[in-house]
Design a protein around this ligand. Structure first.
Ligand code: ATP
Ligand code: MG
Ligand code: MG
Length: 348
């Protein structure tokens, strides 16, 4: 069979590898960190930094297609890989979503609604932006943020300068605070022929910046549900995207506001493992290998709950629950805030 290369060896790479194996593919993981969770299930692992050109070349040579579960792969590494083998989804999706400023600009140019935002290269820009956007607002680093890291909430203008100082010169943006009733996300896929399949939107609850639960069905009217799917499809087409994409949305009285996009399988799509015939991981593998997409139809109501840090102590009890599927990532060390696994509870 052919080989799929995956950049990044975390839990997303692990679940992609399992899905790929089910379709008869071999996976080769490339991951700088030691003992990657995906390494336990993939056929091959290369542990090397993204700066190691020889290792990257050897990796790419053995792959028929390369994908990623991690967005911050350096450009030079991607250039090297792409000289030998296609990367799916493509570089443009990665470039845009790596930087909150390019991401928000792209979404706005597509005609989608985003929070008011401004580039904050320095203090003067911050003062000017506060005049326009005001407070409450959120200062976010443009790059490398996840799980709410690299963000500061500004309750009033006085919070602004200390928050900027805390960013230690990292490029930032200021975002107006969106007055949303709840958060939802759409996990959508586009195949090599341009066909699109969306999963039902899920409703997301965060705690301390980290996703805790995703519930399907989300509280959305039929019109809002249509809107969510149209937004995702528009983004997929604009990027000539191949693979699975996550789109995070705020639900407001004025309509849906796009928060951010993730050019990969997404934590809020884990419910599909037990709610759909073809889950987001298989869907991604199907898309990047040129298979027809599975349809996104949902055969159950599901709540996905992340197991974070000490939540692992609950696994013996969870294992006794009826209609509760347990997914663990095989991480050696439990740490506060670390995603260790998740459960999918079938609720009807
Ligand atoms: P992820 O782990 O999803 O990648 P992240 O670190 O990239 O998260 P965001 O998704 O930008 O961060 O923000 C995290 C959470 O903070 C959002 O899900 C939302 O609850 C809240 N939030 C972010 N931006 C805004 C905003 N402009 N207005 C109101 N709430 C916001
Ligand atoms: Mg994010
Ligand atoms: Mg987010």
């Amino acid at each position: 069979g052919s080989t799929i290369g995956i950049l990044g060896g975390g839990q997303l790479g692990r679940m992609l590898s399992v899905a790929a194996a089910r379709l008869g593919y071999r996976c080769h993981i490339y991951e700088p960190g030691a003992a990657p969770p995906a390494g336990q299930v993939a056929e091959r692992v290369t542990t090397a930094p993204y700066e190691n050109e020889a290792a990257l070349r050897a990796f790419a040579e053995g792959c028929d297609v390369v994908t990623f579960e991690f967005e911050n792969v350096p450009t030079a590494a991607l250039d090297l890989i792409e000289a030998q083998v296609p990367i799916r989804p493509g570089r443009e999706a990665l470039r845009i979503s790596q930087d909150r400023l390019t991401e928000k600009t792209f979404l706005q140019e597509l005609g989608l609604t985003v929070a008011p935002f401004a580039d904050i290269p320095d203090r003067a820009a911050l003062d000017a932006a506060l005049d326009n956007i005001g407070a409450p607002s959120i200062l976010k680093t443009r790059r490398f943020g996840y799980d709410g890291k690299g963000q500061a909430r500004l309750q009033s203008a006085e919070d602004a300068h200390p928050a900027l100082a805390d960013m230690n010169g990292a490029p930032a943006i200021l975002e107006g605070f969106v007055d949303f009733s709840h958060e939802v996300s759409v996990i959508a896929a586009r195949g090599t022929t341009g066909e699109v399949a969306c999963f039902d939107p899920g409703e997301n609850v965060h705690r301390e910046g980290i996703l805790r639960t995703t519930t399907v069905p989300a509280r959305l009217s039929p019109a809002q549900r249509t809107d969510a799917v149209l937004i995702a499809a528009k983004i997929l087409n604009a990027l000539d995207y191949v693979g699975v994409l996550g789109v995070e949305l705020f639900v407001t009285a004025q309509g849906l506001v796009v928060n951010e996009i993730a050019p990969r399988v997404h934590n809020s799509g884990h419910w599909t493992q037990n709610g759909c015939t073809v889950d987001q991981f298989e869907q991604h593998i199907r898309a990047i290998t040129g298979w027809p997409l599975g349809d996104g139809a949902r055969h159950a109501d599901v709540t996905m709950e992340n197991l974070i840090g000490d939540d692992m102590d609950r696994v013996p009890e969870l294992a006794k629950e009826k209609d509760c599927a347990i997914h663990l990532y095989g991480k050696a060390e439990t740490k506060p805030g670390r995603k260790m696994g998740h459960v999918n509870r079938i609720t009807s």
